[in-house]
Ligand binder design. Structure first.
Ligand code: KIV
Ligand code: ZN
Length: 524
């Protein structure tokens, strides 16, 4: 099929819900996936890779529900190179207004060795599986995994086979983040120039960030002729992550003079989705992260401030508003009313219904009682961290911690465990350790703490602390978050939040599966 390709337009393919969500610990709930997909759709993402339908019942349901709800984005699912995967993928994406099947196989020498296929056998498998996918769906993407470490002759041969079998997009993954910008551009350029049929289809670039070159490699691939960039919000993804959507989109916008390609992304939605993904994935954004980091628009040194007051362009190449950061940081206080709160939340990208507003308003008042001035970041933290839900198995009723210069510290905890109120007093090496010991005494478990992270939301000694906790038990990884002006209370709530998720996960999955029966790395 020959398709019309707009040479000035770069398609944005977001894989936060597939490649991003597959990174250990980033697992999202069904509702969180639906919410993120809705935000991606709204911000103008062209293609959403919603998941890997054969991986589990949960993945299948998420992809189908996202497909049913999508308004304008193409909804894509991932499938390995076999009929069962492709059929399952089609069953999930077929509900979308615009479905796509994405099938792949590892083509580099190291990846070819896994399924133990000869080069000819693999070529035959590619022909069969792409043809099969194309019989089901007229939008088929094919990827030679680890393309950047595949021999040129073999890569050109299999790309040609996939095009002949009906692939409409060919994605060239740099699976291990190995390539460099000049090489990335040359590879795409050469494929388009030398493979028969290549100029009639779209080439995509899919980069990992192991050497910190994912954004540069993706943009170089576009210069070489690629017209689809695969990326994730905040660069979420395994190891060092994937290309960050916000970086490539803003680079194309800000440097349109030398990279004259446009995307369909409404960049003012970037900040909000970045915050949501950080929250639901449990992977906070580093402060100095390009575009979405807390310090990306902070100009604190005296020289910078002086320059900024004279002309904002002295140190700013993009305006905070362009990525959805409100210019003002209007302080709210305990006298601020419900309407003002709703208005402020709207400016920060949160649309709240009446019931949610009621709940947030109560928590806002509690916070304003403890903290003189409530800043934008405080409200964002309030929104990011939901209160305990009615269904939670564990609920903290009261916590009293005694600290001092002499160890050990003591925590007195009253907690509801499955509806029964229990209490304990435990000691520990510091207040947080004592508190976690108390939780564990009332709810014994074998989950291992993988991450405990504390951030101050704003400046000042009355600042709220946001705490993230990641835990692992029998291969299941869960995260928990909380925020409070008291760091120990925030820690306790985050810990309990993670344990509540673990309780839910235990009831749904067998040990060792982390909710997935197969991974995209399993070949067959
Ligand atoms: O990195 C990779 O190669 C992938 C493929 C499945 C496209 O994510
Ligand atoms: Zn990948």
């Amino acid at each position: 099929m020959t398709q019309a390709i707009d040479k000035d337009r770069v398609l944005i393919f977001d894989t936060t819900l597939r490649d991003g969500e597959q990174s250990p610990g980033a697992t999202m709930t069904h509702n969180e996936k639906l919410e993120i997909a809705g935000l991606l759709d709204e911000m103008g993402v062209d293609i959403i890779e919603a998941g890997f339908p054969i991986a589990s019942e949960g993945d299948f349901r998420a992809v189908s529900d996202i497909a049913k709800n999508a308004k304008t984005s193409v909804i894509c699912g991932l499938a390995r190179a076999n009929f069962a995967d492709i059929d399952r993928c089609w069953e999930a994406v077929k509900h979308a207004r615009q479905p796509r099947i994405h099938t792949f196989i590892g083509t580099s020498p190291l990846h070819r060795a896994i399924p133990n296929l000869t080069m000819d056998e693999m070529a035959e498998r590619i022909h069969e599986t792409v043809s099969h996918a194309r019989n089901l769906c007229d939008n088929v993407q094919w990827s030679p995994m680890d393309a950047t470490r595949t021999e040129w002759e073999y890569l050109a041969r299999v790309v040609e086979i996939a095009i002949k079998a009906g692939a409409t997009t060919i994605n060239i993954p740099d699976t291990v983040g190995y390539t460099a910008p000049a090489e990335s551009a040359d590879l795409i350029k050469r494929l388009i120039a030398e493979v028969p049929g290549a100029s009639d289809i779209i080439f995509a670039t899919h980069c990992h960030n192991d050497l910190g070159m994912a954004t540069a490699n993706s943009l170089a691939a576009v210069a070489g002729g690629a017209r689809q960039i695969e990326c994730t919000i905040n660069g979420l993804g395994e190891r060092a992550g994937n290309t960050a959507l916000e970086e490539v989109v803003m680079a194309l916008k800000v440097r349109h003079d030398i990279m004259p390609w446009t995307t369909g992304i409404d960049t003012t939605k970037i900040m909000n989705i970045s915050r949501r993904v950080a929250t639901v994935s449990g992977f906070p954004v580093q402060f100095n992260k390009a575009v979405v980091g807390k310090n990306a628009f902070a100009h604190e040194s005296g020289i910078h401030q002086d320059g900024m007051l004279k002309n904002v362009e002295t140190f700013e190449i993009m305006r905070p508003e362009d990525v959805g950061l409100t210019a003002s940081n209007l302080v709210m206080g305990k006298h601020s009313g419900r309407a003002a709160l709703r208005d402020k939340l709207r400016q920060l990208g949160f649309e709240v219904g009446d019931n949610q507003l009621k709940d947030v308003f109560v928590r806002f008042k509690e916070l304003a009682d403890r903290k003189k001035e409530v800043y934008d970041d405080d409200l964002v933290a309030l929104m990011r961290v939901g209160e305990d839900s009615e269904n939670d198995y564990l609920k903290i009723k009261s916590l009293k911690v005694v600290c001092g210069t002499t160890a050990p510290q003591t925590a007195e905890l009253i907690m509801e465990v499955g509806g029964e109120e229990k209490s304990t007093t435990q000691t520990g090496d510091g207040p947080v350790d004592a508190t976690f010991n108390a939780v564990k005494a009332l709810f014994p478990h074998s989950a291992r703490l993988q991450l405990y992270q504390v951030h101050a939301v704003t400046e000042g000694t009355d600042a709220q602390a946001t705490v993230s906790v990641r835990m692992e038990e029998d291969g299941r990884v869960v995260t928990g978050q909380s925020a409070d002006t008291d760091t120990v209370v925030a820690s306790a709530k985050a810990y309990v939040n993670a344990l509540n998720r673990l309780v839910v996960r235990r009831s749904k999955t067998a040990p060792g599966t982390d909710s997935r029966e197969v991974s995209y790395k399993d070949v067959s």
